[in-house]
Write a protein of this length. Structure first.
Length: 247
């Protein structure tokens, strides 16, 4: 999260699944600077993943122990101890030069909201904020957060989906009703061609890719491609149609 097309060496718990397609269209590969405020488990995971992917990451926390640990573990390019609710202190470390700031302060409501508000008023282009409750989420949105994530809720939904729809390996929400999913080929599709299955006509889904060997995918596969059980396909469509396919 997002989880689709992830580097599979990462633990799913450490990845953030974002449902806003339009928000992420504004982030480009050239934007290689991120700042993360709050170095709890969530913030550290974001720092470490971004840093391992080669991006420049600035880590901030008001607890010296967490900052020192971030430097020792080399999960960020830079790390500073400061109170993020003090906008002047935040400006001094150059955070306004960063394209995207992640506010990973989930358990301290006032600090989270104040920090998010200050960053937006100071002109930070994109602020992603972590919420710990629905009320917290609404408040963050009201003070200007460009995107709000709710990791505990999202992981709970993900677990429920895995338990009830075990064929669906991964899921990216385009909007409330439509998704792109990575799904294990059903046994009933084994040995049949894409043309034989008529996935679009029978299920209303667009087949985007088919796995060949290991992590390799064929994009826009030919209609003569034969599907094999145990391999993976990636489809796009309504959640209702996806559920019919995965049943």
């Amino acid at each position: 999260m997002c989880l689709l097309f992830r580097n599979r060496s990462y633990n799913a718990e450490f990845l953030v699944k974002f449902s806003s397609w339009y928000f992420w269209q504004n982030l480009r590969s050239k934007n290689q600077q991120f700042a993360v405020i709050g170095l709890g488990r969530f913030g550290r995971a974001v720092c470490e993943t971004l840093h391992n992917l080669g991006y420049e990451v600035l880590a901030i926390d008001k607890e010296e122990k967490k900052v020192n640990l971030a430097l020792t573990d080399k999960i960020s390019s830079h790390a500073f101890k400061l109170d993020a609710t003090e906008i002047n202190a935040v400006k001094q470390v150059g955070i306004l030069d960063f394209h995207t700031v992640v506010v990973a302060i989930g358990n301290y409501l006032a600090d989270s909201i104040t920090t998010t508000l200050n960053l937006k008023e100071a002109g930070v282009k994109f602020v992603v904020a972590k919420a710990s409750s629905k009320t917290h989420q609404k408040l963050l949105e009201k003070v200007g957060a460009d995107h709000v994530v709710f990791p505990e809720r999202e992981m709970g939904c993900e677990l429920a989906r895995l338990l009830t729809k075990p064929r669906i390996i991964d899921k990216f929400d385009i909007d409330q009703d439509h998704s792109i999913v990575e799904i294990i080929v059903p046994d009933k599709f084994d040995g049949k061609t894409i043309a034989d299955l008529e996935i679009r006509n029978k299920y209303g889904l667009n087949l985007l890719a088919v796995s060949t060997q290991g992590e390799t995918f064929t994009i826009n596969p030919k209609s003569t491609t034969i599907l094999q059980k145990g391999t993976v396909i990636i489809v796009l469509g309504s959640n209702q149609d996806i559920n019919r396919l995965s049943t």
